[in-house]
Design a protein around this ligand. Sequence first.
Ligand SMILES: Cc1cc2nc3c(=O)[nH]c(=O)nc-3n(C[C@H](O)[C@H](O)[C@H](O)COP(=O)(O)OP(=O)(O)OC[C@H]3O[C@@H](n4cnc5c(N)ncnc54)[C@H](O)[C@@H]3O)c2cc1C
Length: 631
Amino acid sequence: MQFYMDGFRGGDPDIKNAAPNRRDRGAFAPLPEKVDVLISGCGPAGLCLAAQLAQFPEIDTMIVERKPGPLEKGQADGINTRTMEMFQAFGFGEKVKRESYWVNQTAFWSPDPANPAHIRRIGRVQDVPDDSSEMPHTLINQARVHELFLDVMKNSPSKLEPDYSWSVKDVIIDHDATEYPVTVVLENTGINAGELKTVRANYVVGCDGARSNVRTAIGGKLHGDAAHQAWGVMDILANTDFPDIRQKCLVTSSKEGNILILPREGGYLFRMYVELDKLNADERVSSKNFTADHMIAAANRIMAPYTIDVKQVVWWSIYEIGHRLTDRFDDVPQGVDRNPRVFTAGDACHTHSPKAGQGMNVSMQDTFNLGWKLAHVLTGRADARLLRSYSSERWVEANRLIDTDHQWARIMSAPPGQSELDGAGMPRFQKQFIENLEFTGGLAVKYDQSYLFAAPIHQALATGQEIGRRFHSAPVVRLADAMQMQLGHLAEADGRWRIYAFAGADAGAIHRLADWLECDPTSPVVKYTRAGEDIDAIIDVRAIFQQTFDVLDYASMPSLLKPKKGKFGLQDYEKVFCVDHKGFGDFYDMRGIDRTHGCMIIVRPDQYVANVLPLDGFADLSTFFDGILSA
Ligand SMILES: Cc1cc2nc3c(=O)[nH]c(=O)nc-3n(C[C@H](O)[C@H](O)[C@H](O)COP(=O)(O)OP(=O)(O)OC[C@H]3O[C@@H](n4cnc5c(N)ncnc54)[C@H](O)[C@@H]3O)c2cc1C
């Protein structure tokens, strides 16, 4: 973490200086009449977007929520490894690591053939494959995740906070207007219930959940299979003789249904998903009179011979499985050639069963994809055409997720006789669970080739950093201070691109690249860094060498890698890295970097590998950025 660049200031470095143009949030301050971005909904999707945009005080962002205040408990709880990597970029990955439950093993329980009324453990699986991510798979309540994003917003230069008790009632787009073309009708749901206000916006993002008004306003419809199957979910404090209660467990009974057990943060709490009766096609879950007591009784039947003695039901809900998707995530119909103004994200455009634990994760990944694009466009760094890529990139992923989720829900709900078909001695759901691990970790996302993801012409230079997938971190050591760290953790959620230059056998190639990047008029660093900005304001270049820190000379590094920054022109010492010398692993070996030729890996602000190029691929690098950035 770097701070004090513009002068010493005591106190918590996470709290940024307030920008002078931030909105007056006094008790009687009116709502703004115009904003750049209006976000509807303070769920994970909306808050992740707000936290990202809050880093740009020049962008007026407003986030409204129809409820009177933040979520307090319940809803989702699974944070996959990919989302943990993103949390690291927002600065609270370590906090979540400290507070959460880590899913290390998943256990599988089935009816005992000797006594089918009783369950017995049939297997265990390591939940996060070795070196699939440096971050753990965690469980923590959704309200805490919201709180962490709210802190990021509040501590940002924009000092952004939600406007609670305002519901988005309607969204009207004037396609002929160029300035603030979207009119949002807000309805007060609080003390002045019924009061209407309009706010004009350049962009609106509907993060308003499965019953999204924004989706309806742009003509979006959720299609798909509601599956008509209900699961009861409860967060409880209880005692039990079930031996695996502090492990994630999938439990199948012979006649009583299935249970999913998720241990939770704090060491005592756990969650249970209990499969409830299949619903008829015309039934809604609310029409059934299920209660927490029904769930507790069902759990005791499913888990026989073990029993659960519940002391406190912290939260419970009946959750209906549905796998549904809209056919686009913005307001531009198929075949129409214009840039979008209104978007939907998260449950507003795709819904999933809770069992694969994806809903909250995918929702945040949607807006992490959209956030930097909106910031680029609104700060003049890119043409608004960039915004077209949000729907195309995320729709493909949501569709893939729904297919896998569907398959998983069917397997989980199959009667035990059908799920234990496998001749190889492993039940089908355990096998499927293992096959799905990369997917459930959020690591299987691979964006298609486009002007934002180059053709894999030079992929052989970095076989473990596939173009279209997220940058896969590994250990390095910082040259200047021999600090052991993860290279991926340099990337903050700050809307900047990264170029990681890995030295080959000829260290001179790094010097030639750095000099060209710093001085040549066709270099993207020269072209897209504005007058008065630090040299890494939009493209942050870092170099990694194959040697250990003790044999390299920091002083001889090129000036691009020792930039002088900020109002004092202070030297930034954190641009050069070496391989790890402490036995944590060699980045080159771990990620398949070509030791002879080295390479450049170009990483988008949302941490996805956009291109792999040779160290002398100057023209290709210029062309790539010229297709995206504006001067
Ligand atoms: C009751 C409930 C229980 C759930 N249980 C589980 C679970 O057990 N496991 C699991 O994996 N997932 C669960 N989910 C789903 C999971 O929480 C979502 O997948 C995830 O929160 C999606 O995030 P989101 O930001 O897209 O939407 P949401 O979290 O739904 O957030 C949408 C927000 O928008 C607000 N809003 C809605 N309409 C408007 C409007 N017109 N104007 C302004 N604000 C509006 C809502 O109040 C809400 O705060 C549950 C969801 C709900 C609602």
